[in-house]
Design a protein around this ligand. Sequence first.
Ligand code: UGA
Length: 377
Amino acid sequence: MAERIAVLGAGGFLGSHLVAALLERRGVEIDAVDVTFDKLETLPLPAERRLRRVTARLDAPGLVDDVTARCETIVSMTALCNPSLYNTRPIEVIDASYTDLVPLVKACASRGRRLVHFSTCEVYGRTGLDVAGRPVARMNEHETGFFLGPAAQERWTYASANQLLERLIWAHGAHAPRGSHAPRGSNTGLDFTIIRPFNVIGPRMDFMPGIDGEGIPRVLASFMSALLRGEPLPLVDGGRQRRSFISAADFTDAIVRVIERAEACRREILNVGNPANDVSIGELARALAAAYAARVPDAPPAAFVDVTAESFYGPGYDDTRERIPDIDRARRLLDWTPRASLAEMLPAIVDDYVRRYGATVAGRLSPGRASGGGRKA
Ligand code: UGA
């Protein structure tokens, strides 16, 4: 019988990449759960008949019961993963990453289902420190501590909620269910893998403000919005913070391997990112602007503007200074290595945004300000 996998959050950026990749595998059937499937609909999906769409929120009555009854593996990737929400809609952020997921963790544990859960690199916090508080160059799953700001800095709501959920999942893996006499560490606990994605970028990421979403998207979509509109790219606190970017293709390849290698990844926590693509946000802005100029030659030259974090995100925002993953564990367990450099991935990303939004954005600008983004290069 075909393996049935539930993908919760299948209509999002990462979900749409994962569903397409899983459908390439023979013998896999998918229950795709989300509130919208717009990003999936744009794709030529192989083997559509192996895909069942379930339009529902995770907290809909009966939903968790239904997917854990039908599917052997549950991939959970629902979240409000966007720093502009952590200090403006913190209650929803905590509910989406903790409260709404607790019943899922417990149902997977009691039904013996495998849980592949997407946590976040945000759990490491402001910067990498070992458990004694000394700086480390790379964030490691078992050696790096969690360094968050005080409660009033609501930026860390998302990280805290994810930390606690990770601990709940870990505890269900390490401890036998109540009433069972199995010893600690025996095989009766929850079968899980926790993924910590590190700044995945690619086609279909986030949204375009005013077109298919409101507010501030993550940095890639924010910069693409500025480029398409001919506006300056906003550099928060001068763009000094550093991130390591991984392509959606490399990332998805790792996740498919996690799903296939259940035994090797049992009760593991894995960083999935690309340490070779560590850049400052200012460097990302300039590289993206150069890729855009190459694809849309008649666009006006890009401009950049420094903005303070408080004026951009509001009070309670805080930032991660630097975030470089140690991926030795993922390399070893998955026999995987991320390949794409920033220079290799940016042209296709630019093309995707120009194709999806260029004409609409250009149509809304006055003729004098049209950026040329409406034409596909
Ligand atoms: C976010 C999420 O909180 C993480 O959980 C997630 O793993 C990560 O994105 C991701 O994409 O994987 P963060 O990297 O802080 O974390 O999010 P971005 O909004 O992409 O911001 C990156 C950096 O760019 C921050 O320093 C931010 O201040 C800066 N930024 C953002 C700008 O300078 N200009 C902008 O227009 C937007």
